[in-house]
Design a protein around this ligand. Structure first.
Ligand code: HBI
Ligand code: FE
Length: 301
């Protein structure tokens, strides 16, 4: 359990995990990782997913991600022991990983991020769920999210996002700010040399989406803008129809820190959402998608 800054004390609310409603296990929703409970099958699932992704990622992922994997010693086999991982992570950027049973309420999630704690699911998917899982498990959360937390700039961005999330809750603007998280932290692309690379955890932890996000002619790839993202809905049930491209993590951090979100939310209340696959006249277009993936899905063979 986690001691210290930013304890969350809220009335008990239900939390959905693997199809089951679970009880709030502690004031801040953290639980012991209990590393010893992982079975040999659990470790084999981790190793399988890990090998598959690390074979695919070089040349496709932002170099900061691979650097983080190495510096955090995540290349050793088996589900990582958070205590060991946290020693390295804490020394590099002051972040910690804490175990949670599954999705936690928004205010709890943001309070953790605002205090440089990343909540990670402590369960791992079953061998028959390698490619699709609704809930974030330890592979998505630790392999997908934690390597970039070893990068000081990205680490500061996620803390700033958590603080912004708590303010967004006060403004009733959570569903808008969630779009920034989705299109950066989960599904972001970044310019790399002459081309693009992935950095979003939802992509880097997925074999299929790693290929789709970079190589498919179906999705749009568009230069990001804060307001642009806040106005664009997203889908959680399939590959993205639009990916947004940042120039650098510094740009993401600086823009987030320098924007006064209060007036922006106020202005956006009157603005219509942008259709999920639209390209606007002033978008910086890296590639205009055919959306053939979506068309194929709507037309059963
Ligand atoms: N809980 N464990 C967990 N992981 C998440 O990514 C998460 C969450 N609760 C809320 C939440 N995400 C969303 O509000 C963010 O995606 C914005
Ligand atoms: Fe995630």
């Amino acid at each position: 359990m986690i001691q210290g800054r930013g304890q969350v004390a809220k009335p008990q609310r239900p939390c959905y995990n693997r199809g089951v409603t679970i009880k709030q296990p502690s004031p801040d929703w953290t639980i012991p990782q209990d590393w010893g409970h992982y079975t040999p099958t659990d470790h084999r699932v981790w190793d399988h997913l890990f090998d598959r992704q690390t074979r695919l990622l070089p040349g496709r992922v932002a170099p900061e991600f691979l650097d983080g994997l190495k510096r955090l010693d995540l290349t050793r086999p088996g589900v990582p022991d958070f205590a060991r991982l946290n020693e390295r992570l804490m020394a590099l950027t002051g972040w910690q990983v804490v175990a949670v049973p599954g999705l936690v309420p928004d205010d709890v999630f943001f309070t953790h991020l605002a205090n440089r704690r990343f909540p990670a699911g402590n369960f791992i998917r079953r061998p028959d769920q390698l490619d699709y899982l609704q809930e974030p498990d330890v592979f998505h959360d630790v392999f997908g999210h934690v390597p970039l937390l070893a990068n000081p700039v990205f680490a500061d961005y996620l803390e700033a996002y958590g603080k912004g999330g708590l303010r967004a809750l006060d403004h009733g603007a959570m569903h808008k700010l969630a779009r920034l998280y989705w299109y950066t932290v989960e599904f972001g692309l970044i310019r790399s040399g002459d081309g693009l690379a992935i950095y979003g955890a939802g992509i880097v932890s997925s074999h299929g989406e790693t290929l789709f996000a970079l190589d498919s002619d179906s999705p749009n790839r568009i230069g990001w803008g804060l307001e642009r993202l806040l106005r664009t809905p997203y889908r959680i049930d399939d590959f993205q129809q639009s990916y947004f491209v940042i120039d650098s993590f510094e740009e993401l951090l600086t823009t987030t820190l320098e924007t006064d979100f209060g007036p922006l939310y106020h202005r956006l209340e009157g603005a219509a959402d942008i259709p999920i696959d639209a390209i606007l006249p002033d978008d910086r277009v890296f590639s205009r998608g055919t959306q053939s993936h979506v068309a194929a899905e709507r037309q059963p063979a």
